[in-house]
Design a protein around this ligand. Structure first.
Ligand code: GAL
Length: 419
């Protein structure tokens, strides 16, 4: 009885927060992510090493699948079971969804102490701050409107930088004539939609992209310009090899690395694969903006969404967030990842030519109002709408939707249904 009374008294003290002596700090970070390719794993190692140096262990929860759809399904199950990871890799609107569901932690104290509001671009703060509280630490800024080209293949076919969509088609024709796979693509919905983001920007211009894919303006979504965008997508798809269905994005990058294909249209995480294969820009590969999109940047940013973990895991979470946003980490990590820093005050000294261009383009787009969220990558609209978009694009690419007219009608309908 006496023992029971003691126990009850102690429990009350713990519950009221009067003592914490029993809760030993857990010096470990549990992280859910989809960084399983060579370049991605190398980048993640930079973080693991930084945390290990500070005495924090790493519990890895990798869920393979580029673009993160499988990872997000796994996260949903963990959160439903009440077993929150310390943090999860997340994209844009899904951070806001989890914050609205009340399961995110609050890093505001750390953010204020470290002045994140002054160093993190506002475009990212829109997704890492919810209801006045910092709920996520942005790791990087990726952009999707890039071409990744094999330099040896380019030389072999005597090609030059394509400045217009028609130039790109002419270049793809040259590769085809030379017996090289012109376009390396993985036929998965998120890869196809990521490429289509660039096609729409190129076909319709910056204002059109914003109206259609950020403002979700119904007239733009259903317009002739969208019809023409699907026509252009169909043209590109005619240059892929017969085995493209289901191929992982990094295997498509490998085709360019091995000079088996001319070009991949992909976010700059592809550069992480070139770096991991010890290839360098201008020597082994070329990075150009998708033709007709110069001056604009379609971005996404990997965020570490911070969950409302128990008290004994909070110190590790703060260490993770602090490490993530430290200027030296932002440089070291993004050099390896292919992305650019999520802070505006990190020098470009250590970045290669493509990274330097990425940083300069980002600044110009941010200053000039031509920085747009990627609809395919979770920064154009909430997940339900992004999924509807990916679904229509992939049906078009794989022939379940036969014409551009039908694709436009389906796109308007699918997005309206998901609103
Ligand atoms: C993106 C993510 C990148 C990269 C890519 C392929 O969604 O932002 O960091 O990992 O998926 O996995």
């Amino acid at each position: 009885m006496r023992k029971l009374m003691m126990t009850t008294a102690v429990a009350t003290l713990i519950a009221t927060g009067c003592i914490s002596a029993f809760s030993q700090e857990v010096k470990e970070v549990e992280m859910l992510h989809w960084w399983t390719s060579g370049g991605e794993a190398a980048a993640l190692n930079v973080l693991k090493t930084d945390l290990a140096n500070e005495g924090f262990g790493w519990k890895d929860v990798p869920v393979a699948g580029g673009g993160g759809d499988a990872a997000m399904t796994a996260l949903k199950a963990m959160v439903a079971a009440g077993t929150y990871p310390t943090a999860s890799q997340m994209l844009g609107y899904s951070v806001l969804d989890y914050a609205a569901a009340g399961v995110m932690g609050d890093l505001t104290e750390t953010a204020i102490k470290e002045g994140w509001d002054k160093s993190v671009p506002l475009a990212l703060q829109q997704f890492s701050v919810y209801d006045g509280k910092w709920v996520a630490a942005p790791v990087n800024i990726h952009s999707v409107n890039w071409l990744w080209i094999s330099k040896p293949v380019m030389e072999k076919i005597g090609g030059t930088e394509p400045k217009t969509f028609d130039d790109l088609i002419a270049l793809l024709d040259k590769a085809k004539a030379a017996g090289v796979v012109p376009l390396a693509l993985g036929g998965q919905d998120w890869q196809e939609a990521t490429m289509f983001d660039s096609v729409v920007l190129s076909t319709g211009g910056p204002e059109f992209y914003k109206k259609a894919f950020n403002d979700l303006d119904e007239e733009s979504l259903g317009s002739d310009t969208m019809n023409q965008s699907f026509d252009n997508l169909a043209k590109l798809i005619s240059y892929v090899d017969p085995n493209f269905a289901g191929r992982d994005w990094n295997l498509a990058t490998a085709m360019v690395i091995k000079d088996e294909a001319l070009v991949q249209v992909m976010g700059d995480w592809a550069k992480g694969e070139f770096s991991a294969a010890k290839e360098a820009p201008d020597t082994d590969f070329l990075c150009y903006r998708f033709p007709g999109t110069d001056g604009s940047v379609i971005y996404n940013s990997d965020m570490f969404g911070m969950f409302n973990v128990p008290e004994d895991r909070k110190a590790a979470q703060i260490a993770l967030a602090t490490a993530t946003l430290s200027p030296s980490f932002q440089s070291a990590f993004n050099v390896v990842k292919g992305s650019v820093p999520a802070r505006t005050d990190v020098p470009d000294t250590d970045f290669d030519a493509c990274g330097k261009k990425g940083m300069a383009d980002l600044k110009a787009a941010n200053d000039g109002g031509t920085l747009f969220g990627s609809l395919a990558q979770g920064y154009g609209a909430p997940p339900a709408i992004a999924n509807a978009y990916k679904d229509v694009v992939t049906k078009f690419v794989h022939g379940q939707i036969k014409t551009s007219e039908e694709a436009v009608t389906e796109l308007v309908k699918a997005i309206n249904d998901a609103r």
